[in-house]
Design a protein around this ligand. Structure first.
Ligand SMILES: *Cc1c(COP(=O)(O)O)cnc(C)c1O
Length: 410
């Protein structure tokens, strides 16, 4: 007899209006994958990326060569802003001219945080951050605080949830220069209240920089309407840009004349091909670019973002909520009785696109799952993180993987 939850998963897959998008992704080789639950770490490749990469090699790169930068109807020189606008339109709720693609998230975060700190008025010498933010974010801000003599104000975030507006209100004040937070916490999936927190930071006279790595492409947002100052995000998670795909940075138009990022490269200079003495920033968001744009890396990003644009991020969010709700229900029925603990919010309004489950022996369980072709992520010390990228994850992937976890717990 088929389990009631397995039957439900099959019905949910049949009724899923986004199910057909899976056909637009490159399938794994036979026998290499039973269920993929890590689309929030590395999204799957689109078929469009596969063909566009081959096309780049033969056409624009192979035949046009150096002319690709400047000639034709889609010159590479414009790709950082164009791809940024595409992400802004599909995912960020942001108007054109405020987003570029360049660097890694780490480097982009450094550039924006340094720009904000350097522009802070005298007396504002504190950066607010939280203990549970992604490691690279913490390390970058620790480095900037040493470089610039700024103090770090640490918020102790609850690892099962995340930073609340009240916690922010309690620490910001006349010494705050910058607040840096993740929109969705990488471990718990806590979805921070971006509009409320942004307002609290502004009322204290400071700027806010949001890290969107775990929300872009899966949680809708309105950066312009909510008055966000700065944001960064990666393109290889829910945007399916591929390993090491370049990051994006957002600078609200009102700040573009005042903030100056610290890595003055020729590609962000006005008239780069004049090779003139002295750095003069290009106008607008372009000055966020430093060196030669990563064109090869942007090819799959464009394909991935276009896919999100076609599916619509609101519809993606709807399926994402249904997937995480269902995963929690299966956890409650099958795993909680065996001592597994949910380390993610139960309130869907405060939860992003993944969940984390904990038990003291999960490091070994996770290794066994990988051997069986079920691929979640492990987060030390005892968390299995289940990423449910809506365009590539089926409800039956949830039951398949949880059945295997249940079996391994005995
Ligand atoms: C994935 C992720 C990063 C990754 O940074 P890279 O420079 O691309 O390695 C940074 N911050 C957060 C919150 C992330 O989830």
């Amino acid at each position: 007899m088929i389990d009631e939850l397995v039957r439900r998963a099959m019905d949910l897959d049949l009724d899923d209006p986004l199910q057909h998008f899976l056909d637009d992704f490159v399938p794994a080789k036979q026998g290499r994958l039973a269920a993929y639950l890590d689309g929030n770490s590395l999204g799957r490749p689109t078929k469009a990326a596969q063909s566009a990469l081959a096309e780049l090699v033969t056409d624009a790169w192979g035949s046009e060569l150096i002319r690709g930068w400047t000639d034709g109807d889609d010159p590479w020189m414009q790709w950082p802003e164009q791809t940024g606008d595409l992400i802004a339109d599909a995912c960020l709720g942001a108007a054109d001219g405020q987003t570029v693609v360049a660097d890694s998230t780490t480097v982009m975060l450094y550039k924006l945080a340094r720009a904000a700190v350097d522009a802070a008025p005298d007396g504002r010498d504190e950066i607010v951050l939280d203990t549970d933010n992604f490691p690279t974010d913490r390390y970058v801000l620790e480095g900037i605080s040493r470089e610039r003599g700024f103090n770090l104000r640490w918020i102790d975030a609850d690892p099962d949830t995340g930073v609340t507006p009240d916690q922010i209100a309690a620490v910001v004040g006349e010494r705050t220069a910058l607040v840096v937070l993740s929109h969705v916490a990488y471990r718990s999936a806590w979805l921070a209240d971006m509009p409320a927190i942004t307002k609290i930071v502004h009322d204290a006279g400071a700027l806010v920089l949001w890290d969107l790595c775990h929300s872009v492409g899966v949680v809708p947002m309105q950066l312009d309407e909510w008055g966000v100052d700065l944001a960064v995000g990666c393109t290889y998670k829910y945007l399916n840009g591929g390993p090491g795909a370049p990051a994006f940075g957002y600078v609200a138009r009102r700040h573009q004349g005042n903030l100056r990022q610290p890595i003055h490269g020729w590609m962000g200079r006005a008239e780069p091909f004049e090779m003139a003495p002295g750095y003069v920033p290009a106008g607008g968001i372009r000055s966020l670019v430093s060196g030669t744009p990563p064109i090869v890396g942007m090819v799959p990003v464009r394909a991935g973002v276009q896919m999100v644009q076609r599916a619509k991020v609101e519809a993606i969010r709807e399926k994402s909520v249904a997937l995480t709700e269902f995963a929690i229900e299966v956890h409650d029925a099958w795993l909680a009785p065996l001592g597994v603990r949910l380390a993610s919010p139960r309130d869907a309004k405060r939860r992003g696109g993944h969940i984390t489950l904990c038990r003291n022996d999960f490091r070994e369980v996770y290794r066994q799952l990988w051997d069986d072709g079920v691929i979640p992520d492990f987060r030390a010390p005892d968390g299995i993180r289940i990423g449910l990228a809506p365009l590539t994850t089926r409800f039956t992937d949830v039951t398949t993987s949880m059945e295997l976890i249940r079996g391994s717990l005995g």
